[in-house]
Design a protein. Structure first.
Length: 367
């Protein structure tokens, strides 16, 4: 059964715990008007109101627009606006009609466009406490590597692959990160949360095709290219040639590696700081995940589901949900039957988590 716009708004309003009057005030509608919408007595409101509803109710804007169009028995309002502003699109639609393009052909066109519009979100809110004196005045993404910061080298790898839509989550020493051309989101509660919750300070950009990465990893441009080339809903980047990296690595022992066990289809079975025999694992998660549009919606919907269930409670390997890692969320997805694909690499990256890591990386840069 196709959902109705008003019924869907009411369902999501109740999910986030907002009263009808409260929501109406937030989006700039009369309470009586919103009441009529929720009872499906009125069609969907204007575009600006739909956008506000999407942000406040934490729901997919595309889905809301589709439901809005259905309620008015016309095209979704965002599509009508786009056609009005770009009338040349009509010619393209007519060409598709005249050539009788099938769904598979449309899917290929969509995939090509999405790949060309891939963006990234870098998580750089943490304290970097293991780097001791090196992060006393700067976040660890600002560590110097041969005259460029760690963050600059990350940005270069993204830009080399044509990714220029870049967002970043700041926290510790946030005012030290001031590069132009980046959209910033501030996690001012960085001391009381961890990577998973930190990511969702930038939730509004988690849509379309996006790569999310930790800020404490150096990686070569080919790693980004491999991520971009994946057409799976959710892909994690996994290094299968990882063991040598832990030889003589004393400050970050093997037991703390975020490892991955995957099946014959390269789908995650287990991920995280797996306590079992390390001989069972196939690789190490490098701190990079790639999502397409469907993957973004899967991640967002399930994040809010488990946040509601586990806030201040144990979640996967985390003592409380607020301290969960991204790998905890990935394991949750796997546990409920969602396929998470592994993009396999062999080296081409380094984690900079400790003073020891930093010193070794600097030596390699000087060679």
């Amino acid at each position: 059964m196709i959902k109705k716009f008003g019924s869907y708004i009411r369902e999501k309003r109740m999910t986030v715990g907002l009263g009808q009057r409260e929501l109406a005030k937030k989006v700039g509608l009369a309470a009586s008007y919103l009441n009529d919408i929720e009872k499906n007595k009125r069609s969907a409101p204007k575009n600006d109101i739909i956008k506000k509803l999407s942000l406040i109710l934490k729901v997919d804007l595309d889905l809301l627009n589709d439901l809005a169009g259905s309620s008015k028995k016309t095209l979704p309002p965002d599509i009508l606006d786009y056609i009005e502003k770009n009338p040349e699109i009509i010619s393209l639609i007519r060409t598709a009609k005249n050539n009788k393009l099938n769904p598979e052909e449309f899917e290929k066109i969509e995939e090509t466009i999405n790949k060309s519009k891939t963006k990234c979100l870098i998580v750089a809110a943490g304290l970097g406490s293991r780097l001791k004196g090196h992060t006393e005045h700067n976040p660890k993404c600002m560590l110097d590597f041969g005259g460029k910061t760690l963050l600059q080298r990350q940005l270069a790898s993204y830009i080399d692959n044509g990714i220029e839509d870049i967002s970043l989550i700041r926290g510790y020493k946030k005012n030290k990160i001031k590069y132009k051309g980046i959209k910033y989101y501030d996690n001012n509660d960085y001391k009381s949360n961890n990577i998973l919750n930190s990511i969702f300070y930038g939730e509004e950009v988690i849509n379309g095709n996006i790569i999310i990465s930790y800020s404490d990893i150096l990686f070569e441009p080919f790693v980004v290219k491999r991520a971009m080339d994946s057409d799976h809903d959710i892909s994690v980047i996994v290094d299968i040639d990882w063991r040598d990296y832990y030889i003589d690595r004393k400050e970050h022992p093997l037991s703390e590696a975020e490892n991955v066990i995957f099946n014959s289809n390269n789908e995650v079975v287990k991920i995280g700081k797996i306590a079992s025999d390390k001989e069972e694992v196939h690789g190490e998660f490098i701190g990079m995940i790639k999502l397409n549009h469907r993957g973004c919606e899967i991640l967002k919907q399930n994040f809010h589901r488990v946040k509601k269930l586990y806030w201040n409670k144990p979640f996967q390997r985390a003592k409380i949900f607020q301290k969960a890692y991204l790998t905890d969320m990935i394991q949750e997805l796997v546990d409920i039957g969602i396929k998470v694909h592994c993009v396999i690499i062999e080296r081409g990256w380094k984690e900079i988590d400790t003073v020891e890591d930093y010193r070794k990386a600097l030596i390699n840069f000087k060679r």
